[in-house]
Ligand binder design. Sequence first.
Ligand code: AMP
Length: 574
Amino acid sequence: MLENLEEYTEKLIEEFEAISKDAERVQKETLRSILEENASAEYLQSLGLNGKTDPESFKAIIPLVTHDDLEPYIKRIFDGDNSPILTGKPIPAITLSSGTTKGKSKYVPWNETFLDSGVQILHTAFAIRDRELPIKNGKCLSIVYLSAQSQTKGGLKLGTIASHVIGNKRYTEAMAAIKSEMCSPQEVISAPDFQQAMYCHLLCGLIFRDQIQLLEALFIHSIVQAFRTFEQVWEELCNDIREGVLNSRITIPSVRAAMSKILKPDPEKANLIHKICTGLNNWYGVIQELFPNAKYLLAIATGSMEAYLPSVRHYAGELPVVTNDYGASEGWVGTNLHPTVPAEFASYTVFPNCGYYEFIPLSEDAIACVDPKPVGLTEVKVGEEYEIVMTTRTGLYRYKLGDVVKVTGFYNSTPELKFIRRSGTLLSINIDKNTENDLRLAVVAASKVLAEEKLEVVDYTSHVDSSQGLGHYVILFEISGEASEEVLGECCNSLEKSFVDAGYTSSRKVNNIGPLELRVVRPGTFQKIFDHFIGMGASPTQLKTPRCVPPTSTKVMQILNDNVLNKYISTVFN
Ligand code: AMP
């Protein structure tokens, strides 16, 4: 397939041009093929689709669903029933979603078609981006961790999406050919201890520092986390390179064996890295300095990841931070075809042959209708917000993904979507309704107050506290240094002023909701939360900080409560 790379990438671009110019027809064709392939599925038959494959019949007969609606079907698949339940052919594997967006992991059906779409989307994106940010014959520092796969009760493969995709040989070989080879050996990528894997990823990156052209992760959080660790362990890394001996903190035999093949004594390199590190001002630009031939940093940097952009840019220096693709354990949506646009303004172009997409309008007019009708991929309007509904080749039909996007434009006839937030309300006490995005905007406003003091919000979360009767919002910040009482009081007021929904402000004015509280937690608190989730089996590659702690997360709440340094109460409505 990849013998002639140039021919292959040109072909990919041509194919994408063709499908994006003809998105409406491609969508109909995609739906037809999904429904034909799965005509025998019990789910479709029981709803009476009777082999129909046109969009009109499909929308009239098949209801919109959420994961909860499909759970009984997925459970049967999980338990080993291989009759055609959701798909015509048996489902070979189950994906465990990160679950940090809703506080609970979901099981989602997976098959090779997910990989086919992934290869198409990621390869096309590379081919297109390569025109602006070319990468040639280099290596890639990929900060990924593959949790081991296990088996479901019924013997199906069970793993995270990263393990199904990045762990797949067909995928890695194809990616190595099109972009660059990962510098870390497979034993590091799939090491059972992610702290040890992170140390070795950093070491591999340094060993091959001159060849590294790309640094990547699934989410930018992993890059920030790796370089926070680098700040702590850089001298040990230098020692390893100087002596050619791996630090004793790495105890996994397979990882030690794999690392010993690439780690050779190199005092000159160790001294150079040491000099670079000691010459930096507060680690600004460390990535750029350590990897002089890197072209860019690639990882999802939108949505809840935007919070880490200041930190990642601090480490990256002048190196561009490019947001990657948009998808979920359930299926792919699109990719970023404009690598030079800053992540805050980035959009994802939908691939019209990867699934059948519908969009529930969320404009005020639409919400005024009791039951707003979803519109098709090519019927969306620029500037409007929608909730995404997808129909996939893995057995999800008219499935509400739970994400809200805004249409920013069209690439030929297929839309470009900006990720806005998870759907639904994040913070609510009575008539107030604030979403994940409302909270994010409030944090951005408060961050500006801190930025004047050269401080950053390292991470944040929130919850509603009704323990004293009158409920109020609690926002928790971990901050990059010490701020004065005055500045933090101002941050707290800035947060409260940013929640402008009428339900909130009117309730605050009559004191039906108590004053907002800012709690500042100790450095490292969010790492403890991260470690807690990893301990519960979450994937370090996919984990996202919950932006609101559900009352059921008693352990997370306890970590937060145990680490509060100071509390500030808003005086905005005094
Ligand atoms: P998971 O449930 O672990 O499969 O995570 C999928 C969810 O991650 C999506 O539904 C989105 O909410 C979020 N996500 C994935 N890609 C992006 C992106 N490019 N920008 C913002 N959020 C994303």
